[in-house]
Ligand binder design. Structure first.
Ligand code: ATP
Ligand code: MG
Ligand code: MG
Ligand code: MG
Length: 468
């Protein structure tokens, strides 16, 4: 089944159940200072759940673009994580609750008319105190109790906004993906065997700004299913990157680099990271975010630089990401017209930023040459941590390139002191930001900031060059 068909069927199924289709909203949150990026389907619907607005229809279905920078370290390593992905969701604003949401999720997943998954391969997790969910899963649906796992962490809470117990559905991909002898090999554990596909959130509380919880006047349902993961199951491939959502991009990168996919794990990781990041970049720029030194623009800049560096690992040393815009746009145009409509603009932004980064790298190399000479004159065999950090911090010159270069000149880099400098910088960043609870989900490598980017219009491109 093609990914576009999964998306279409999901929407069709819930329309049949009386839901109204809500179009995918921009990745840039509207009137929500607590979020840097839209990171889930419900993030754009908060206004209905907290009672600020009444929806036309209390049953809503959507396919929402989402960005999660906190998953960046997983990209290219796990089969299932992206920085940009699509979340399919059905929502009830004070209308139906637990029972219907579970019954419909099961019907959609197992009915041959819809996804047709083998029920024997499905298991679920619930919150230990959620007797109601337990009863529906075991009695109404008839899942054997050993496939209903109780987990304390099944309480959905992203800070301010709706919260409550949740229940997640996992697909067993079989023994070749993990063995029972591994203590993490269970639904909800860190493993590649039990693939989390759908999260059903039963929101019954509001998490208030002061940290307290109050029962919501009406109970809500909020669910999220990863389109890429469903596609990997239905296309019977080992990772999301082997689906029709990524393969055309990966094949094109292979052509540019003169490499083959599925031959060498390190090459594959680079291909996956590039294919992932370029999608995020294309959609972020399509939604009006421009590379800059703060907020979303900074995340965008870091993602692009990361993708360029993975390109260099594959031997691509010229601007190339921008040339992938058209492929990404074509893969996604079924549901998201923006990248096609703005293709030329997106290409221009990406190309400009790639060129600037390559210049930065060239500048950094010149400075590095001086540093090496200086060190050699002093009879040193290594670049100090401070020097490597300055290159990184002031010129945006990645430390692994510094290390490569040093090695080529028979030298090393004082890694320990470099790390100390990095930690000191992180500490400064931590002090500088007043992190809201919701920002934590955006944490990790890319989000040491919470300043918003100004959108300056499609004609103006960002001009800054030197950042870390
Ligand atoms: P995981 O445990 O696999 O990291 P999660 O529990 O963080 O996923 P949720 O916040 O429950 O994910 O999001 C709902 C659904 O969205 C998940 O069940 C999954 O199908 C999908 N999803 C979440 N994060 C990602 C991601 N980074 N890339 C692709 N799909 C994702
Ligand atoms: Mg996660
Ligand atoms: Mg999870
Ligand atoms: Mg989850």
């Amino acid at each position: 089944m093609k990914s576009a068909d999964i998306r279409r069927k999901f929407i069709e199924f819930f329309v049949e159940k009386g839901h109204k289709v809500e179009p995918s909203a921009s990745l840039v949150p509207v009137e929500d200072p607590s979020l840097l990026w839209i990171n889930s389907g419900v993030a754009t619907l908060k206004k209905y759940f907290d009672g600020r607005l009444t929806p036309e229809n209390p049953r809503i279905v959507n396919s929402q673009k989402a960005i999660r920078t906190n998953d960046i370290e997983n990209v290219g390593y796990t089969a299932r994580h992206h920085t940009f992905f699509e979340m399919l969701g059905n929502f009830s604003v004070g209308d139906y609750f637990k029972e219907e949401s579970i019954v419909w999720a099961w019907e959609f997943l197992t009915s041959p008319k819809w996804m047709g998954l083998d029920p024997e391969r499905l298991s679920v997790t619930i919150h230990p105190e959620d007797d109601e969910a337990y009863q529906v899963w075991s009695e109404k649906i008839g899942i054997p109790v050993e496939r209903i796992v109780k987990l304390e962490e099944n309480f959905w809470d992203i800070g301010e906004g709706p919260s409550g117990p949740n229940s997640e559905i996992f697909y067993d991909r079989g023994e070749s993906f993990g063995d029972q002898s591994d203590p993490e090999c269970f639904p909800g554990g860190e493993n590649e065997r039990y693939l989390e596909i759908w999260n059903l959130v039963f929101s019954q509380f509001n998490h208030n700004a002061d940290g307290s919880y109050t029962p919501l006047p009406k109970k809500n349902i909020d669910t999220g299913m990863g389109l890429e993961r469903m596609a990997s199951i239905l296309q019977d491939v080992p990772t999301n990157y082997d689906t029709d959502l990524f393969q055309p991009t990966i094949q094109e990168i292979c052509k540019k680099a003169g490499v083959e996919y599925n031959k060498d794990p390190e090459t594959d990781t680079a291909l996956k990271v590039i294919a992932d990041h370029v999608r995020t970049i294309v959609f972020a720029v399509g939604d009006g975010v421009l590379p800059s030194n703060e907020g979303r623009g900074y995340v965008l800049r870091r993602l692009l630089r990361r993708a360029v560096r993975y390109g260099r690992k594959l031997g691509i040393e010229r601007p190339f990401l921008y040339e992938l815009t058209g492929i990404v746009a074509t893969i996604m145009k079924d549901y998201y017209p923006e990248p096609v409509e703005k293709q030329e603009f997106i290409e221009r932004v990406i190309q400009g930023e790639e060129e600037r980064f390559l210049e930065t790298l060239a500048d950094g190399l010149r400075i590095l040459e001086d540093l090496v000479h200086h060190a050699q004159n002093e009879g040193r065999k290594s670049i100090t941590g401070k020097e490597a950090f300055k290159l990184y911090d002031t010129y945006g010159f990645p430390v692994d390139l510094t290390e490569d270069f040093a090695r080529e000149h028979g030298m090393s880099v004082d890694h320990e002191h470099f790390q100390q400098e990095m930690e000191a910088q992180r500490e400064r960043a931590r002090m500088a930001r007043h992190e809201t609870e919701s920002m934590k989900i955006q944490g990790g490598a890319l989000a040491d900031l919470n300043v918003s980017t100004q959108f300056v219009g499609y004609s103006e491109l960002a001009t800054e060059t030197k950042v870390a």
